[in-house]
Each structure stands twice: as C-alpha cells, then as structure tokens.
Design a protein around this ligand. Structure first.
Ligand code: SF4
Length: 290
C-alpha cells in the first residue's frame, strides 16, 4: 500500500537547520500514525495557525487549514470545532502569539475545555520579527525591543495552564523527537483542551540549545503520576523559563484528567446545537429593525 504523505511541495523558507523542521516531521509522523490506526481521518484534520515562524507549518502540511490572525489561533480553532465537532482541530502558535496577544484566549480555553489541541512552538522570542522578547523570554534578555535587558520575569505557561484548569498539560522538546511525536499523539487523542509546550530554540535569534539540552529530563523516569495535581504543580515550578543555572527542566505529561468538554456543555447532552431547527420569525425580526 502506498505510504500516506502529509507534506506539501511548497518551498520551505525556515532558516536552514531551524528546529521547526523537527516539529513538522514529528507532527506529520504523528498524524500518519493516527490515520493508519484509524483513530482519526485525514479529511477531518484541521490545522489552525497564527502569525510567526511557526505559522508556516500551515504551508508545509497537506491537511485542511486556517491561517489565523496574530494571537487568534484558539478562537478560530474553537469556532471550527463548534461548527463541526467531528473534526480533529489542532492549533499551532508561537509563544508570542499564544502568551502575549492570545493570552486571554489561552486562559479561557484551559478553563472551558474545548476538545482541541494547542501546540506552542516555544522559542522564547518573536523570531519572525527578528528577536523581540515575548512573555516566556528570560529576564535581562537584550533584543530589539529590550536593548537594556528585559525587566520582568518570564511567565510559566505550564503553571498557568494548570492553574487555569487545562485538562491535558504537557511539555516536550525538539531534542527528543520520539518523545515529541508520542506527546502529540496523546494530546490529539485526549478529549478536551490539550496544551503542548514545545521547547524549540530559535538558532538565529535566541539559541538556548545547550542550556536546554543539559537540563531536560523525562517525567516518566521519575515515575510522575499525571493524575496527581499537586505533584504536577510542583514539577511545573521546577523551571520558570529563566536561564537559571541550577534549574532542571521536566518534559512529559504533567497533568491529565477527563471532564466535560466545552461542546458537551454547550449541547447539554442533547443533539449538537447546529442540528436544531430554529423557528425564527424573519418577518417580525425585520420589522423590528425598521
Ligand atoms: Fe527558525 Fe528562528 Fe529562523 Fe524562525 S528565525 S525560521 S524560528 S531559526
């Protein structure tokens, strides 16, 4: 049987050696595996992207897609999911995209639990626009928008997602491609809002590769229980996204629970809202507008 290919022939414009290539390859392999095992259908996949280097993944993946506005990946993804709950909706955002412009959407998605996957290419910088700081950039970072050094501490998206009620919270990295693929598969299969933060240094504007490589460890090696919220939170606090010499950086699933999704709440266990016949009296409605 012919092997399914989910890549397009579009010319790739990422910098040579960019770690986004690893993410693209892991996403493609994860989707292929899920399709082969009949867990999802190719025609039902929708990739939603924002603006940034990550967004180009839209051009390179041969699946349905929606190129969203900066910071608006999540509302577009949720809208698509509500419109047709049978779809497998995967959002791709950058750390600037998701945690600066899109932070309110992120918090509400964690809280309301729509059945979508949100993948963040977290290079801790606005890479497409040449290296401005983002909310996850470390303190003291000097870049085009912070020539004297960033004055504030980074936010911790793992702790933020946990505190906001996300039902699946994971971190992985481009240095462990098999791990990355495995986490993506689990996130896509999870029913509810799954958040995956991928550590992906920008080799051109913010190359933290050696710092990360030396400190990453797998939560599974520590027998972490992803059903234990307190332990998940403590693990999340082990690294605050600064470049502190003493930190170690856990990767893996911090937390996973099953609870009602946003769509289920919306339908209140009846048939989906879009199948209801609406008895609108258009004549009366128009007369009210006059
Ligand atoms: Fe990759 Fe950075 Fe180049 Fe963007 S600027 S393509 S993130 S290496």
């Amino acid at each position: 049987m012919k092997e399914l290919n989910l890549l397009t022939k579009t010319q790739n414009t990422w910098c040579p050696g960019c770690y986004n290539f690893v993410i693209l390859s892991a996403v493609e392999e994860a989707l292929r595996e899920l399709i082969r095992k009949k867990e999802i259908r190719k025609e039902n996949i929708v990739a939603v992207t924002g603006i940034g280097c990550h967004g180009k993944i839209f051009d390179y993946l041969n699946v349905n897609g929606f190129y969203g506005l900066h910071g608006r990946v999540i509302p577009a993804a949720v809208g698509i999911k509500i419109g047709n709950p049978r779809l497998t909706v995967i959002g791709f955002g950058g750390d600037g995209d998701t945690f600066a412009e899109g932070i309110a959407h992120f918090l509400h998605a964690c809280n309301t639990n729509p059945d979508i996957t949100m993948v963040v290419h977290d290079n801790q910088v606005f890479a497409l626009t040449t290296g401005q700081m983002t909310p996850t950039t470390e303190k003291e970072y000097k870049g085009p928008s912070s020539p004297e050094g960033k004055k504030t501490n980074p936010i911790n998206p793992i702790a933020l997602a946990l505190a906001s009620g996300a039902s699946f919270v994971a971190r992985t990295s481009v240095f462990q491609k098999d791990h990355l693929k495995d986490i993506l598969i689990k996130a896509i299969k999870h029913r509810g809002f799954s958040f995956v933060d991928i550590l992906q240094p920008c080799i051109t504007f913010h190359n933290t590769s050696s710092y990360l490589k030396e400190r990453i460890y797998d939560l599974e090696e520590k027998n972490h229980n992803p059903r234990d919220f307190k332990k998940a939170f403590n693990r999340a606090l082990e690294w605050n996204y600064s470049l502190d010499e003493k930190s170690s950086i856990p990767i893996g699933i911090f937390w996973q629970e099953q609870r009602k999704t946003f769509e289920e709440d919306l339908c209140q266990n009846q048939k989906p809202w879009y199948l209801f016949k609406r008895n609108l009296n258009y004549k009366k409605l128009i007369s009210l507008l006059r």
